[in-house]
Design a protein around this ligand. Structure first.
Ligand SMILES: C[S@@+](CC[C@H](N)C(=O)[O-])C[C@H]1O[C@@H](n2cnc3c(N)ncnc32)[C@H](O)[C@@H]1O
Length: 250
């Protein structure tokens, strides 16, 4: 896990350039309104290249992003808006002297926590850094979809004026662990000088059911107040890959 997002970080924004961060941020702000969130101080777990953080800052929020990949933070720092800061740390054991009104963790960051121990440590950390009644909002892989759809090999190719990136994803399923290990083979073709660079990354992803998150919330001082399909707000089904959970600190 320590090596995750090291080389991948350079191609992250290209691989996800079609991801609608503006719509996702509007969706998140809609949830904050709907569940009567108060205050504007946000802690973001796994802030990546800082896209959500910058958009939230434009809406008047102050954000501290916790991100373990120094390479991702380096990219995030290049475009940082006022009111945004990043800390290179592991979300399982970060420390902050500030208390926050809201905690968020978007695009399956919590699914990167594959052990119960790391999940409990992270939720307890969030609890410690949140004000009373603070919301914790995150999206994770959905067990029902993994069981019914079964992840398969996939290829994604994206190019800009300089490079073409081919990413082959080869999943290995561990049914007893609720984990899918996604093995990425990435080839980067430099379109200017014709050189080719290849590397591998392993992303073990945990998937969750609602009762599992409910239990985790209960064990760490939160109440699960709602879950829904991320962005569409639909009730999760076997077709739903990403489920958004809204927890409140008790
Ligand atoms: C799929 S990316 C999502 C990034 C960003 N939230 C977004 O929506 O673009 C997952 C991010 O979580 C970070 N991450 C995963 N596990 C982490 C951990 N234990 N502590 C801190 N960051 C972590 C990775 O380094 C990566 O930047």
């Amino acid at each position: 896990m320590g090596q995750n997002f090291k080389l991948y970080s350079q191609y992250y924004d290209l691989l996800y350039r079609d991801k609608d961060y503006v719509a996702e941020t509007a969706y998140l702000i809609g949830l904050l309104d709907k569940y009567h969130s108060k205050g504007n101080k946000i802690i973001e777990l796994g802030s990546g290249t800082g896209k959500h953080a910058n958009l939230l800052a434009e809406k008047g929020y102050q954000i501290l992003g916790i991100e373990q990949s120094s390479e991702m933070v380096e990219i995030a720092n290049q475009n940082k808006k006022e009111g945004v800061s990043f800390q290179i740390a592991d979300i399982t054991d970060f420390r902050s002297n500030i208390s926050f009104d809201i905690a968020i963790s978007l695009f399956h960051v919590i699914s990167y926590l594959t052990t119960n121990e790391n999940l409990i440590k992270t939720f307890k950390n969030v609890h410690q850094n949140l004000n009373r009644d603070g919301l914790f909002i995150f999206d994770v892989w959905h067990s029902a979809a993994v069981h019914f759809q079964i992840p398969e090999k996939r290829t994604k190719i994206l190019r800009n004026q300089n490079i073409e990136v081919t990413r082959n994803a080869n999943p290995v399923i561990y049914p007893e662990l609720n984990v899918v290990e996604v093995n990425y083979d990435i080839t980067v073709n430099d379109l200017k000088d014709g050189t080719i660079q290849s590397f591998k990354e392993q992303h073990p992803m945990r998937h969750f059911s609602r009762p599992e998150i409910e239990l985790l919330a209960y064990a760490t001082g939160f109440e699960l107040i709602h879950n829904e399909e991320f962005l569409s707000q639909n009730i999760p089904t076997v077709e739903t890959w990403g489920v958004c959970y809204i927890l409140k600190k008790l």
